[in-house]
Design a protein around this ligand. Structure first.
Ligand code: FES
Length: 217
């Protein structure tokens, strides 16, 4: 199954990688996103393009409950509406000036985004916690084979570094490259976390080498 069709909610980042009052770039299969966390901890996702002159909003900054564009400082609220234009401080921006928004949610230490208004509950991965994210230039099948794990849609279950693990796959925005979030059993000791993190590097090399040498994906 193509990765895109396995995803209604896309795991775009780990919660730990988006501190309070920060913004990061992220991806859906067909959209570049700016994902930001307000001062109150709320996560929002918007199109990564400022409606003014097209600057990437993921290059911007967060103050309080608003995301500001780095170029001319237009400020956007959680609804996507433009709240302020610094060059015209007396102006209340018309409601029509807004950036496209996406539904965003957090669960089990993972940030999820969907473009669908009909999407149901956010996927649950109880018993796991997010450890780190990497990009891997390999197909889902090749990655699963390299791990010796089981691929089900956009999820691979297996063992890595001696720890029970789950890999969540998402588009990276680059053809043939996956964004891979490593989750491990939530009870894992620190030594297990270190071992799993190191083993992920080895897994990446193994999966990418297998792809490059032309083994069947
Ligand atoms: S391009 Fe964003 S404020 Fe001008």
């Amino acid at each position: 199954m193509p990765l895109e069709s396995a995803l209604v909610w896309t795991p775009v980042a780990l919660s730990a990688d988006l501190p309070v009052a920060s913004v990061i770039p992220a991806r859906l299969a067909d959209a570049a996103l700016a994902v930001w966390r307000a001062q109150d901890g709320t996560v929002s996702a918007v199109a990564d393009r400022c409606p003014h002159r097209g600057m990437r909003l993921s290059h911007g900054f967060v103050r309080g409950e608003a995301l500001s564009c780095i170029y001319h400082g237009w400020r956007y609220g959680k609804s996507g509406r433009c709240l302020a234009i610094p060059a015209h401080p007396a102006l209340t921006p018309p409601e029509t000036i807004r950036v496209a928004t996406y539904r965003a949610a957090e669960r089990d230490g993972i940030i999820w985004v969907t473009a669908s208004q009909e999407a149901g509950a956010v996927p649950a991965h109880d018993g796991f916690l997010g450890l780190r994210s990497v990009t891997v230039a390999a197909s889902p099948a090749r990655l699963a084979a390299s791990l010796g794990g089981t691929l089900d849609g956009s999820v691979i279950d297996g063992t890595i570094g001696g720890v029970t693990a789950r890999l969540l796959l998402a588009p990276s925005g680059e053809e043939g490259v996956l964004l891979v979030h490593l989750l491990i059993a939530s009870g894992a000791a620190d030594a297990g976390k270190i071992a799993a993190s190191r083993a992920l590097e080895g897994l990446r090399r193994q999966a990418e080498t297998a792809t490059i040498t032309g083994e069947a994906a």
